[in-house]
Design a protein. Structure first.
Lengths: 109, 117
């Protein structure tokens, strides 16, 4: 199965944006979804784990959700800051394999 | 902390062994993974080994060519790569997960593998 994300999204500072992660086969809710931020030249770090949990140290502006009707997960970033510019990846585990989403580049214009 | 080593330049068809040294957490309680990222591309999961080494999984793209292993006594993870192809060129990260299918909680800085003649 695959996890599909929009290649890029952009928004102005202070606004809110959401990134979708759609599963093409199987139930999005059957396994946890995790979200990672990767700034240029840096290692990925988790911003959301287990669908909607924030690791310690991650700003409350980051939130995650699952929508079983569209078989997708979403990462929402509110109060956008220029430091949020990065690539974002969703991740899930099923049948012995981790699968990463295709990745979304976020631009804060 | 996770520190990878062993990357470098190798010819197509060649072999390479990556290592990942762990410290600062209970290595033997964590599942371990290799994740790679080709230049300018997204993240790709490569392989997983359970905390005791009993469960091992591979991505289809490396099955039969790569072998993951670990030494809990030495807090170390390994990836033996053979029959390397140009498309295996990537930064290889080791990453640790506490629970099955869980968050990749710890990541190394990565080691670059370049497959080229």
């Amino acid at each position: 199965f695959k996890l599909t994300q929009p290649p890029s999204v952009s928004e102005s500072p202070g606004k809110t944006l959401s990134i979708s992660c759609t599963r093409n086969r199987g139930n999005i809710g059957s396994n946890y979804i995790h979200w990672y931020q990767q700034r240029p030249g840096s290692v990925p770090t988790a911003v959301i784990y287990e669908d909607d949990q924030r690791p310690s140290g991650v700003a409350g502006r980051f939130s995650g959700s699952i929508d079983t009707s569209s078989n997708s997960a979403s990462l929402t970033i509110s109060g956008l800051k220029t430091e949020d510019e990065a690539d974002y990846y969703c991740l899930t585990f099923d049948n012995g394999q981790y699968v990463f989403g295709s990745g979304t580049r976020v631009s804060v214009l | 902390q996770l520190v990878e080593s062993g990357g470098g330049l190798v010819k197509p068809g060649g072999s390479l062994r990556l290592s990942c040294a762990a410290s600062g957490f209970a290595f033997s309680n964590y599942g371990m993974n290799w994740v790679r990222q080709a230049p300018g591309k997204g993240l790709e999961w490569v392989s997983f080994i359970g905390s005791s080494g009993s469960f091992i999984y591979y991505a289809d793209s490396v099955k039969g060519r790569f072998t993951i292993s670990r030494d809990n006594a030495k807090n170390s993870l390994f990836l033996q790569m053979s029959s390397l192809r140009a498309e295996d060129t990537a930064v290889y990260y080791c990453a640790a997960n506490r629970n099955d299918g869980g968050n990749l909680e710890y990541w190394g800085q990565g080691t670059l593998v370049t497959v080229s003649s």
